[in-house]
Design a protein around this ligand. Structure first.
Ligand SMILES: [Zn+2]
Length: 274
């Protein structure tokens, strides 16, 4: 037993949460625990992916005729199922690659896309689903990735048009800077792009944790992205120390994430509307 069990079952039934991410694997790494908790508590979880992550090279050999995009969508479908996602929608943007890559100026690259138009599409989806809560990246793109920053702009447009409550996913830079937190995938991503990541603790509004079972689902969802992530990079014994908390800033209103209490931690910064 733990403090989350009282919220399992149907406590959130009738609520719909729409989570928007830039690339397959972001949903599991940054919000997997939250999505699984919402689903376990009866909320309907809709996952929207802006790109298929087609510029991430595969660390595993592809089947004859298989493309990176196809592999990544198959991995995404598996991850979404593990996280309890009930509907998966692909927006069809093109991966922009890492900061500085020429691919970022491709005419279809998400980084240069018409985020107002994409935001309207997400808003239409949210309205059709009666989603009262939206989740998307923070304005810093968690670690500055141009596609993550674009996902923020798209999500912010959708939040404005729908009036839904919204939360921005980030990471706690200070927490992940402690030796006890271990090596998170965001460390590697930020180092590869030579950029910073996350927010200081005082700028975090909500810190969501979950049960051991929910954490196991998050781990399985991350490793479902086997073309991108070497499972050896994920700690087994200390997984909870590195991946057992997910962090958000409140963007507009108060939505379903507030109801994940009591294991949602509210900081003073959050209460004054960070
Ligand atoms: Zn990403």
């Amino acid at each position: 037993m733990n403090s989350t069990s009282a919220f399992d079952g149907s406590a959130l039934s009738g609520l719909v949460v729409l989570a928007l991410h830039a690339h397959p694997d972001d949903e599991a790494i940054f919000t997997g625990l939250t999505l699984r908790r919402l689903a376990d508590a009866g909320a309907r979880v809709v996952l929207v992916l802006a790109t298929r992550g087609e510029l991430g090279s595969s660390r595993l050999p592809l089947a004859p005729g298989e493309t990176v995009a196809r592999r990544r969508v198959a991995e995404l479908e598996r991850s979404a199922a593990l996280l309890g996602v009930q509907r998966l929608v692909l927006l069809g943007g093109r991966d922009s690659g890492l900061p500085g890559w020429l691919s970022g100026s491709h005419p279809d690259a998400l980084a240069g896309a018409d985020t107002d138009a994409l935001g309207r599409r997400v808003a239409d989806l949210a309205d059709a689903e009666s989603a009262g809560t939206l989740i998307f990246d923070d304005d810093g793109g968690i670690y500055g990735h141009p596609d993550h920053r674009a996902a923020h702009r798209i999500g912010a447009v959708a939040a404005r048009l729908t009036g839904a409550a919204s939360y921005c996913a980030t990471v706690d830079h200070e927490h992940l800077g402690t030796p006890a937190a271990g090596e998170h995938l965001v460390h590697q991503a930020a180092a590869a792009a030579a950029v910073g990541f996350g927010r200081p603790t005082g700028e975090i509004g909500l810190a969501v944790t979950g049960s051991g079972d929910q954490l196991a689902h998050k781990r399985a969802a991350i490793t479902a992205h086997a073309s991108q992530i070497d499972p050896a990079l994920l700690p087994v014994r200390d997984f909870a120390a590195t991946y057992g908390t997910e962090w958000y800033r409140r963007h507009s209103g108060l939505g379903a994430l507030e109801l994940l209490a009591p294991s949602v931690h509210r900081t003073e910064a959050a209460l004054v509307g960070a």
